[in-house]
Write a protein that binds this ligand. Structure first.
Ligand SMILES: Nc1ncnc2c1ncn2[C@@H]1O[C@H](COP(=O)(O)OP(=O)(O)OP(=O)(O)O)[C@@H](O)[C@H]1O
Ligand SMILES: [Mg+2]
Length: 243
């Protein structure tokens, strides 16, 4: 199990998801999607259509019916800690725990300073951290209140660059950075995550295309139907046809 997941294939089989506060109203209905290892998948759909819920199901934050497998293993059969450690997540609302920048980037303390600075440099955060008096040992306060939301998102990206994860989940992860930083991050993803499976919730479809120019043929979009008008139809379509 230590090698799991070794590839990063994800399969949703007839998945419906429910929040405890609204057990009779599915937040996601009968979703079946097969995602190959290394594929870059954009999750699109209207507000409330279940995009964040789809990621929540993968991390077992949301109750579900149906089955989700990663590399053929049912995620219900895996310990929660193992499951959540198997993916890197950049959430919609980035909350950082009160610890140093160093421990945020490298929880298990296995990277040297040069590697940490290189990751910060790749996401454009090196000047900001260099200017702090404690540098890498600067304490992040109160969930990250001493940093902007965009800077918190960039720190998450730096952490992902250092990890050897096979699966990345992003929930509008570039929503709070400027366009120049956003395109820099896409380039970083293309260059360093070519073999990583990426599920990205995006509001703008044109961002799907630019997420991975090098892998355009692999790029897909899962279009979720709004649960308000839910017909249970969710499709996996090539991004280019999904105007
Ligand atoms: N914690 C929760 N408790 C109860 N219902 C929830 C909860 N979170 C989401 N929902 C409901 O589940 C449905 C899907 O919500 P979800 O957050 O997945 O949508 P989304 O597509 O990510 O929307 P957005 O684009 O606004 O982020 C909505 O009807 C929403 O009201
Ligand atoms: Mg959402």
């Amino acid at each position: 199990m230590t090698e799991w997941p070794s590839a990063g294939c994800i399969e949703f089989k007839s998945v419906s998801a429910y929040y405890k506060s609204q057990p009779s109203m599915p937040a996601l209905r009968d979703l079946s999607v097969s995602i190959k290892a290394g594929e870059k998948v954009c999750i699109v759909g209207r507000t409330g259509s279940g995009k964040s819920t789809m990621l929540g199901v993968l991390l077992r934050f949301v109750d579900m019916n149906g089955c989700v497998t990663i590399d053929g293993i049912d995620i219900e059969s895996v310990g929660l800690r193992t499951l959540r450690k198997s993916m890197e997540v950049i959430p919609q609302d980035v909350y950082l725990f009160s610890k140093s920048i160093r421990s945020t980037l490298d929880a298990s303390g296995c990277f040297c300073d040069d590697e940490l600075w290189a990751a910060l440099d790749a996401v454009g955060m090196k000047p900001y951290v260099s200017n702090m008096s404690q540098k890498l040992d600067t304490l992040i306060e109160n969930g990250g209140s001493n940093m902007s939301l965009g800077q918190r998102q960039l720190l998450f990206f730096a952490r992902i660059l250092l990890s050897k994860t096979k699966i990345i989940l992003m929930d509008e992860a570039t929503s709070s950075v400027d366009p120049e930083t956003e395109s820099c991050l896409r380039r970083v993803i293309q260059e360093t995550c070519s073999k990583t499976t990426l599920l990205a919730v995006l509001h703008r479809l044109q961002n799907c295309k630019s997420l991975s120019c090098a892998h355009e043929q692999e790029l897909k979009a899962v279009a979720l139907t709004s649960t308000d008008f839910c017909t249970g139809i969710q499709t996996l379509v090539p991004t280019m046809d999904n105007k």
